[in-house]
Design a protein around this ligand. Structure first.
Ligand SMILES: C[S@@+](CC[C@H](N)C(=O)[O-])C[C@H]1O[C@@H](n2cnc3c(N)ncnc32)[C@H](O)[C@@H]1O
Length: 344
């Protein structure tokens, strides 16, 4: 596995080095070293991904602009077709609506802060282990950051949120997280040390969740701290978290997926799916319902008439970033990857 790690790191370095292919004065006219086929493929994929992302962003911006323009016109037309008295009434009622909306938002924000603060003392502890950045490409780290942002947003909307820990939070991982709006104010534990150091006194209560464990989770024990591997690897690093937990002598467990449903592909889920399942289970105490609400139907074998609230971002698939679908307190189907919208 170490050999693989080196190879992946080399490819990653090669991809990163490509961005500065300009010869430095000391390099003179020397041609850059040739890239391995793997690195070329990765670079091409990354470029395509970035181009697609930029295109999508521009499209969304344009749509928003058009929608704002349409609303503005509609409003002006409404004002133009009425008497002065009606006009003043319309303006006043719009002002009132805005005020109410803002008050509601501020109440919601306040109640979210209270729930998350309460979770610090009595919420289920869930740790995201961020010690794998050296095994991920920049875009995989970006994807993980999106998943973490999504987890934080979903957790904040839950009636009984969990208390999230980010351990091993440093380097590029931390840099990318820092770029999220309001990250500094998140009500979570941010820890640059690994969980094994930071939670040394709780070692016997640490349970690493990994699809490779033998033992299935039955209940969630409030005394335990469940660790989720902060990894987006399309299962390139098979068995990695299991090996790590075994070497550290900490308990392991897998989600009881096999007991409750048949999967059409692997049982390895993304970080946000695992955390959402845990949150759903804390709310419903029903594994099956939690799996059905979080795991996308296309990943399951059975066709079931239950509401499918699957979230995008599956392991082994091309798309890792979750699209927003508010859960826990609201089932709106609005989708966005805009951090401000997800975190609001
Ligand atoms: C994308 S997976 C990473 C897979 C990685 N190859 C590994 O060795 O764990 C992200 C994390 O979600 C958790 N996870 C995913 N599927 C799981 C399952 N079926 N049961 C328990 N935990 C799971 C694990 O903590 C895992 O590290």
């Amino acid at each position: 596995m170490e050999g693989d790690a080196d190879a992946a790191q080399n490819d990653q370095n090669a991809v990163q080095n490509l961005s500065d292919l300009q010869p430095s004065p000391s390099q003179g006219d020397q041609p850059p070293p040739p890239l391995s086929k793997n690195a070329q493929k990765k670079l091409l994929k990354q470029k395509k991904y970035e181009a697609k992302k930029a295109e999508k962003k521009a499209l969304i911006k344009e749509q928003k602009k058009r929608e704002a323009e349409r609303k503005r016109k509609e409003w002006e037309e409404a004002l133009a077709g009425v008497s002065e008295e009606e006009r003043l009434k319309l303006i006043e009622s719009r002002r009132e609506l805005r005020k109410e909306r803002m008050e509601k938002r501020s109440e919601e924000r306040e109640s979210k802060i209270q729930r998350l603060t309460g979770a610090k003392t009595h919420g289920q502890k869930i740790v995201i282990d961020l010690e794998f950045s050296h095994l991920m490409t920049s875009s995989e780290i970006h994807s993980l950051v999106q998943q973490i942002m999504y987890c934080y947003a979903v957790n904040g909307r839950c009636p009984s949120p969990c208390h999230l820990w980010l351990t091993g939070c440093k380097g590029e991982m931390e840099n990318q997280l820092q770029r999220l709006p309001g990250f500094d104010k998140w009500i979570i534990e941010k820890e640059s040390r690994s969980y094994i150091e930071a939670l040394e006194d709780e070692k016997e209560n640490l349970v690493y969740l990994t699809a490779d464990a033998e033992k299935e989770l039955d209940e969630l024990d409030p005394q335990k701290l469940y660790i989720v591997g902060g990894l987006v690897d399309r299962n390139r690093w098979k068995g990695l978290t299991m090996k790590k937990a075994q070497e550290q002598g900490i308990q392991t467990a897998k989600l009881p997926i096999g007991t409750h449903l048949k999967m059409s592909s692997s049982q390895v889920l993304t970080v946000n799916q695992v955390i959402e399942i845990l949150l759903k289970f804390l709310e419903t105490k029903d594994w099956k319902a939690s799996f059905f609400q979080v795991i996308p139907q296309r990943k399951r074998c059975e066709t079931d008439s239950r509401e499918d609230q699957g979230v995008d971002g599956e392991e082994n698939e091309e798309k890792e970033e979750p699209s927003e679908k508010k859960r826990c307190t609201d089932d709106s189907s609005s989708r966005t990857n805009d951090p401000e919208a997800i975190l609001s």
